[in-house]
Design a protein around this ligand. Structure first.
Ligand SMILES: [Zn+2]
Length: 334
């Protein structure tokens, strides 16, 4: 099997771009969701893209209680997934997030940076508490805003959680609900219904917008929900893994909102549909300590991957293995 490194950069770029545009245009037709334009407030947030020098020795996150390394190779480590949160949707409903609009991404600059993940489901589907906690918001954002834009979430619920291994509170946010079925101050257990899927606020088509905020309920404190959710079973009835990517970027090359590809090693061009297309986080999107990720692929099939992105005509790449139910952190040297 021929690997990507045997192609000329020009051919590879055209392959990447043509595949990407097909993916994005198809995805937009199928998954139109939040639609408010403008990024001024989000861009005003402090960029937190990792800039520190990272060596193979320091790739391991410090928080061992949540990220216990199962093994570390030169370019990646594998951890037990934190799995502090359960899916907020019933097991027989769609669990897979819209991959064309992942956390932190902008659909290649066409939309505002996404602060959560979207999971399409029919209106009226029960929305479930992702963990035990206390309801701190139950209503809508007509008066109090929880997003840079007004009336963005529609009907929403926010739950505050104290979770094992986390020193700070974690908040989960459930938005665009057709109905809210809990009240502020109520204690909920994991799996309790908190509302119903809808399309209120800035949503086209019914879906759950699910968000995580760490330490503070402020929208500058978001964290990628797929870090915390238990890895899901995909359409092939396969337990997936999570692939996060960090960079060693001593020269601070701008790497926001770039196409990034995780391609199974050995896949031929004909099988390039097996590649996962993602986007590095937009400027100002928080990455999560101690991971410091610049991109993340949730619900990714277990395999050996080559991970590639391009900046200023140069390709940056690394290899990493994704295992069922595990969390892989891959590191790319720039
Ligand atoms: Zn959303």
């Amino acid at each position: 099997m021929q690997s990507l490194k045997h192609y000329s950069p020009l051919l590879l770029l055209s392959l990447i771009l043509s595949s990407c545009s097909a993916q994005l245009s198809g995805g937009q037709a199928a998954f139109s969701t939040d639609t408010i334009k403008g990024v001024a407030t989000i861009e005003a947030a402090t960029p937190q893209l990792p800039t520190e020098t990272v060596t193979a020795e320091t790739i391991e996150p410090e928080n061992q209680s949540l990220f216990d390394a199962v093994l570390c190779e030169e370019s990646y480590c594998i951890y037990d997934a934190p799995a502090l949160l359960e899916s907020p949707l019933p097991a027989d409903m769609n669990q897979i997030a819209d991959v064309t609009y992942r956390y932190g991404t902008t659909q290649m600059g066409q939309r505002e940076a996404h602060l959560g993940m979207d999971v399409s489901n029919p209106g009226g589907t029960p929305v479930l508490a992702a963990a035990e906690g206390i309801v701190v918001v139950a209503g809508n954002d007509d008066v109090t805003h929880y997003h840079p834009y007004e009336k963005f979430y529609g009907n929403l619920v926010i739950i505050r959680h104290e979770l094992p291994g986390l020193e700070q509170p974690l908040y989960t946010l459930y938005a665009h609900l057709s109905a809210v079925t809990v009240e502020v101050g109520e204690s909920v257990k994991k799996g309790d219904q908190v509302g119903l899927v809808g399309a209120t606020g800035a949503a086209i088509g019914s879906h759950l917008h699910f968000e995580v905020r760490l330490g503070s309920m402020d929208y500058n404190s978001t964290s990628n929900p797929e870090i915390w959710l238990k890895p899901v079973i995909n359409g092939s009835n396969l337990q997936t893994g999570i692939l996060a990517v960090k960079v060693n970027n001593p020269n601070n090359i701008p790497i926001d909102s770039l196409l990034i590809i995780a391609r199974p090693v050995g896949a031929s061009p004909e099988k390039s549909r097996a590649a996962n297309y993602g986007e590095t986080y937009a400027k100002g999107i928080p990455s999560t300590d101690p991971i410091h990720e610049i991109a993340l692929f949730g619900a990714i099939a277990p395999a050996e991957y080559e991970i590639i992105f391009e900046k200023y005509g140069k390709f940056y790449r690394t290899n990493a293995r994704v295992e069922s139910g595990k969390f892989t952190l891959a590191s790319i040297d720039m």
